[in-house]
Design a protein around this ligand. Structure first.
Ligand code: NAD
Length: 355
């Protein structure tokens, strides 16, 4: 029988509010997978989210992470802070010998992400990142069909995430100043890696801001990738469009396979083929079924790992590939040059040997 691990939730407002209302009740109460011992948010009003949804005593809610760690021994922390604070929270968690489950991205720069990687490795601790959209029902189903071989070899993949986020710029929580590829597309890069079953070899990006977009950084990108297994990928992403064609949880991915085209659009997966028996001309494919997807599933896998089970697919090592692809895509968009993703990763890791 596995031990009930103790954890601290760091960040209970903003997206932490979602964790408090949807993820933690399932983990703590429904699955009984771990025990919440404290919560931290610099904004005391945000404590109410965890008090009312998970039922923690208000005396266990802190505004300072160090104090919470000093007063509440725990096995792991869940970090749901803005990206520029991830490294700070990781440092403290490692100081108190905790494992870490953290919201995406690893950090807000390639340099900081590499430092996080080195520090976690040196400390010999476990860290997983919640790139949640890859672990959603529709994307997992497409991945399984592509990798089943039923439709032959994967030829190339097309992806799209397009939305109208222009109205969000007055809301500072909407990352109005962040580059689109940092704030949003990192999820889609992770999905691309999982559907193709490969890390990226090269990336070439054209990114820009249309005249009407109120964003401070590039809000639109057309990205071309070659994966290490030879599969080609084209991805379209924008937060500046007039409509939300394929927004959050409603992505578009089209996998062109040897014997069929698999098209996922707004959570509907359709297979098409003109090649005849045994492939129907058009067939809607059923989505996989399981009780929990995205964050709850990821947190459960993380807890099993800390309890001595297998590492989940979103462990830090895997995430560094995603991080490298993300920052290499940004660099390509800024320089206009094709970037070798593996070289980019090794160069940056090499620069932070000593931490
Ligand atoms: N997986 C997803 O689908 C998804 C969606 C949205 C956000 N996110 C991620 O969630 C994380 C949080 O994003 P957000 O929009 O909620 O950020 P946010 O700026 O709203 O901050 C979240 C909370 O952190 C608190 N906070 C800030 N500084 C703190 C500190 N020093 N100590 C303790 N608490 C502090 C804030 O008061 C707030 O309640 C980011 O990493 C973001 O990328 C993931």
């Amino acid at each position: 029988m596995t031990q009930q691990l103790r954890f601290i939730q760091v960040g209970t407002g903003g997206f932490g509010g979602y964790w408090c209302s949807k993820v933690l009740p399932a983990i703590v109460h429904e699955l009984g997978a771990a025990r919440l011992v404290a919560a931290v948010d610099i904004n005391p009003q945000a404590h109410q989210n965890i008090i009312s949804n998970v039922g923690i005593d208000p005396s266990r809610c802190y505004t300072d992470l160090r104090q919470a760690l000093e007063e509440n021994p725990c096995d792991f922390v869940v970090i749901v802070l803005p990206a520029h604070l991830h490294e700070y929270a990781v440092d403290l968690a490692l100081e108190f010998e905790c494992d870490i489950l953290m919201e995406k991205p690893v950090s807000d720069s390639m340099e900081s992400s590499c430092r996080v990687y080195r520090k976690v490795k040196r400390a010999g601790r476990k860290l997983a990142v919640t790139y949640s959209h890859r672990f959603d029902q529709d994307k997992q189903t497409l991945q399984q069909y592509v990798q089943s071989g039923l439709y032959g070899r994967l030829h190339y993949l097309i992806g799209r995430f397009t939305s109208n986020n222009r109205s969000a710029v007055n809301d500072p929580r909407e990352y109005a100043h962040h580059h689109y590829l940092i704030s949003s597309a990192v999820h889609q890069f992770d999905i691309i890696r999982s559907i193709t079953g490969s890390n990226a070899k090269t990336v070439y990006t054209q990114s820009w801001n249309p005249q009407w977009a109120p964003f401070k950084e590039h809000s639109t990108a057309l990205v071309q990738m070659e994966m290490e297994n030879g599969v080609r990928v084209f991805f379209e992403g924008s937060k500046s469009n007039a409509t939300q064609l394929n927004g959050w949880s409603n992505d578009y991915f089209r996998a062109e396979c040897e014997f069929g085209t698999l098209e996922l659009d707004r959570r509907k997966l359709v297979a098409r083929s003109d090649l005849g028996f045994p492939h129907p001309r058009t067939a809607e494919l059923p989505l996989l079924e399981q009780k929990h997807w995205t964050h709850t599933w990821l947190m459960k896998m993380f807890i099993d790992w800390v309890n001595g089970g297998e590492a989940p697919p979103n462990h830090l090592e895997d995430n560094m590939q995603c991080t490298a692809l993300q920052y290499a895509a940004i660099e390509s968009g800024l320089t206009g040059k094709l970037v070798d993703v593996q070289q980019f990763l090794q160069q940056h890791l090499g620069r932070v040997q000593q931490v």
